[in-house]
Design a protein around this ligand. Structure first.
Ligand SMILES: [Zn+2]
Length: 429
């Protein structure tokens, strides 16, 4: 990252520190008796006490080593494993896919969209996902929702949003005749518009995609000078850029211009993945969208035949690309491109995505990290979230087995705490 970007971030942090009101003081909560999973691969902490004060973790230690205040509420977590809240780095809370779903939502008003997104945010949180990155929404309902959640007016995960994704006319994700951007000047203006509205990322669509009928999945649809200009414009504001890309060529060009993250990577080959590794470029695989577990979902939403064919053709290459990315040690953060809570093979899209990572070559610990501390690093928020440590936000999830032994542990979420507040508690059942 450039010095300018770091300096900008520091200024932002100082500004935030001055502008965010102090959290309300609530009685402390002590989560007792659980096993705290170690994300560095060390032995877990058994019979632990996690003391939560206000929004943050005040202390973690073995029973007897942490002083529990007299008035603290106690949550009995004996027999369960405690991990950081899950994170999903490729989400559209207002997702509309081709077929029946698109037909039903064809005339959705912006007000209705915002309410649908708020409902999805709440469901995401109840599924154990305490932080999401939004990679393309409409009408800035995402930014309004982010602010509402931050103010406590709505329940949902912490939101990091790219605002509206920047599409080119006729490109993947393009929106009829409106709101597409062509040429460096229009893209630069569009990126700055998102940033001024409050976007924390810029999302560009540089190659073809599954959900648009036209255009080769592997084609470099955005021109190199357009890619360069938009990345440069965002980086000057300290804002990272992520690209929808299935294409090795498009990805390689964008990496040369400083791209921070690649979404999907359907057809990525080994040289491109090695280049990503070398440059520290992130990959958010969204593997679940192209694999067999989601077939019933796509059929249920009435996906047209062209869409299913396109998805299946990409699936084989996508799987190989993920396997190679893991082998090459590319930085991977979990993302689904489905609602985080979307029912999928008897669990949620988020849990199923993590399970696919293990099938593709990750250890369960690596897969757990890809859903917790790695996304926190992608967001440059690892000082605040992503692991269970004193001083960080108390975003805590409980599962009924050790996820570092078996990632299927994520299939059953027993407790969801975000910022010290309990949103779901099945511990006593
Ligand atoms: Zn997407």
């Amino acid at each position: 990252m450039s010095i300018a970007r770091i300096q900008f971030r520091v200024l932002c942090l100082i500004f935030l520190a001055l502008s965010v009101p102090a959290a309300e003081t609530t009685a402390a909560i002590a989560i007792v008796g659980g096993t705290v999973v170690d994300l560095e691969g060390k032995a877990p902490l058994e019979n632990a006490v996690i003391l939560v004060e206000g929004e943050r973790i005040a202390a973690i230690g073995a029973a007897g080593k942490v002083k529990i205040p007299k008035d603290a509420e106690q949550l009995d977590a004996s027999g369960v494993w405690l991990i950081p809240g899950l994170m999903n780095m490729h989400v559209h809370l207002g997702l509309i896919l081709p077929g029946k779903m698109a037909a039903e939502l064809a005339n959705e008003s912006e007000a209705a969209l915002a309410l649908r997104m708020a409902a999805n945010a709440r469901e995401s949180l109840l599924a154990g996902v305490t932080t999401i990155r939004l990679t393309g929404e409409t009408a800035h309902a995402d930014l309004a929702l982010m602010r509402a959640i931050n103010k406590g007016q709505a329940d949902g995960p912490r939101i990091y949003s790219a605002g509206e994704a920047l599409t080119i006319t006729a490109g993947h994700g393009s929106k009829g005749s409106e709101r597409n951007y062509d040429g460096a000047d229009e893209l630069v203006k569009a990126a700055r518009t998102q940033i001024s509205a409050g976007a924390k990322w810029i999302k560009i669509l540089i190659s073809g995609g599954i959900a648009t009928a036209g255009g080769d999945l592997d084609a470099v649809l955005m021109m190199p000078e357009e890619i360069r200009a938009v990345i440069d414009a965002a980086h000057r504001f300290g804002i990272p850029v992520t690209a929808h890309s299935g294409s090795p060529t498009a990805t390689s060009i964008a990496i040369d211009y400083g791209l921070d993250c690649v979404e999907h990577g359907y057809f990525l080959d080994r040289p491109t993945l090695q280049k990503m590794k070398e440059h520290g470029t992130w990959l958010v695989p969204t593997i679940v969208v192209s694999q067999p577990a989601t077939e019933p979902f796509f059929k249920a939403i009435g996906s047209p035949p062209w869409y299913l064919a396109r998805r299946n053709s990409a699936g084989v290459a996508h799987w190989k690309a993920l396997q190679m990315a893991i082998e090459e040690g590319v930085k991977i953060a979990l993302g689904t491109d489905q609602y985080p809570h979307e029912p999928n093979d008897g669990t949620t899209a988020t849990a199923r995505e993590a399970q696919y990572y293990v099938d593709a070559g990750m250890t369960p610990l690596q897969a757990l990290r890809s859903a917790t501390i790695e996304p926190a690093r992608l967001l440059e928020a690892e000082a605040e979230i992503g692991s269970l440590e004193p001083g960080k936000y108390a975003d805590i999830v409980a599962v009924n087995m050790d996820p570092t032994e078996d990632i299927k542990a994520l299939r059953n979420i027993l407790l969801v705490m975000k910022g010290g507040r309990v949103y779901r508690n099945l511990l006593e059942q």
